[in-house]
Design a protein around this ligand. Structure first.
Ligand SMILES: Nc1ncnc2c1ncn2[C@@H]1O[C@H](COP(=O)(O)OP(=O)(O)OP(=O)(O)O)[C@@H](O)[C@H]1O
Ligand code: SF4
Ligand SMILES: [Mg+2]
Length: 329
């Protein structure tokens, strides 16, 4: 669990999806004129490319916008501003090219449905399909995730936590998506099962050329799985680069603080939950200048200006950072 994933040059893979200056703002309540009383600024200018076949880790403390980003990629919410462009899609007519595996398979699987129906849920979006064909697809993906086909008529409560997460993975696979968002995929599981699920995910990625977006508080898991890592703070990406660089030699002061709160390499998965270095400021009124300015130990002149995500100095353009001390002038 403590090895750093091999990290090919971050720019070598073709882009699948590009986000440009994407913002998601939620109006909160309304006054007597129907105007929003406040606005939650969940995403505040996300620039990101998702590359075909990669595992992109997303880290950042609770409330920084990770799940909002996942919902956006899944098409469940629309950007308030900015652009989200699919560069490549293997079928432009399909609506379910992004699927998700949630943290807790206990609550994410409908207890009233037999496993084969759960697995084929995403196919209902695509329209009617004969029952026999659905069962065939369910059997195929169940086998791929290590669930025996004779269990397809059983119900979720008849499985262990690890098996339920395998069923959730099978459900994500059944519509043959390009991208799977993994939102804390192992944090609700026993430690003994976590590594099995991560290995299964790696194997499926190799066999099917899947792209993963891995959201996790657990830096060990990200280190093990991801090739690139994006670090989020208050709805922005503050650092983006190869997992080896970002997690071993972080450049942004926030990433440095976040990782200082995590035990070093060589610890088991359960010890490695990042505790937030400080509490995230409210997102109703965004700070001016650098969003991290109030807490940054390195804050100096120039930090009162808005910061852009720019190539880091001495990184050859591969790493990006939102801090004028580290970015190329
Ligand atoms: N439906 C909503 N209505 C209003 N505000 C929302 C809504 N969804 C998210 N937000 C706001 O967006 C911010 C980001 O939420 P999000 O769920 O994306 O964070 P997260 O990084 O996934 O957190 P966690 O690690 O706890 O899952 C929250 O602080 C919240 O204020
Ligand atoms: S821009 Fe300034 S406040 Fe922001 S992270 Fe860099 S040094 Fe800290
Ligand atoms: Mg979340």
């Amino acid at each position: 669990m403590n090895d750093v994933a091999a990290s090919p040059c971050p720019a070598t893979r073709p882009a699948l999806l590009g986000l440009q200056d994407v913002r998601v703002h939620y109006p909160m309540g309304t006054d007597w004129l129907g105007r929003p009383k406040a606005v939650a600024h969940a995403l505040n200018g996300i620039d990101l490319d998702v590359q075909a076949g990669e595992t992109l880790g997303i880290v950042g403390e609770s409330g920084c916008g990770k799940s909002t980003l996942a919902q956006l990629l899944m098409g469940l919410i629309k950007p308030t501003a900015g652009k989200l462009d699919w560069v490549y899609r293997n079928d432009s007519e399909r609506s379910n090219h992004v699927q998700i595996v949630f943290q807790d398979p206990q609550s994410s699987l409908d207890p009233r449905l037999p496993v084969w129906k759960i697995i084929t849920e995403p196919l209902f979006v695509q329209g009617r399909m004969p029952r026999r064909e659905m069962r065939e697809i369910a059997a195929k993906v169940a086998t791929q995730v290590g669930i025996r086909t004779e269990y397809l008529d059983r119900y979720p409560h008849q499985f262990s936590g690890g098996q339920r997460q395998r069923i959730a993975i099978a459900r994500a696979l059944s519509s043959d998506p390009d991208i799977i968002v993994l939102d804390e995929p192992t944090s609700a599981l026993d430690i003994s099962v976590q590594a099995q699920i991560l290995n299964l995910l790696s194997e499926l990625q190799r066999k099917r050329g899947l792209t993963y977006i891995l959201i996790s508080h657990n830096v060990s898991v990200v280190r093990h799985m991801a090739e690139r890592v994006a670090v989020m703070y208050l709805g922005q990406i503050v650092e983006l680069g190869s997992a080896a660089q970002v997690l071993e030699h972080p450049r942004h002061p926030y990433t440095q603080l976040l990782l200082e709160a995590v035990p070093r390499l060589g610890v088991s998965v359960d010890d490695a939950h990042a505790s937030a270095p400080t509490e995230l400021p409210g997102n109703r009124n965004l700070p001016t200048g650098c969003f991290f300015r109030d807490r940054c130990p390195k804050a100096t002149l120039g930090c009162d200006q808005p910061q852009a995500l720019l190539p880091a100095r001495a990184s050859g353009g591969a790493e990006h950072v939102r801090c004028h001390l580290e970015a190329q002038a």
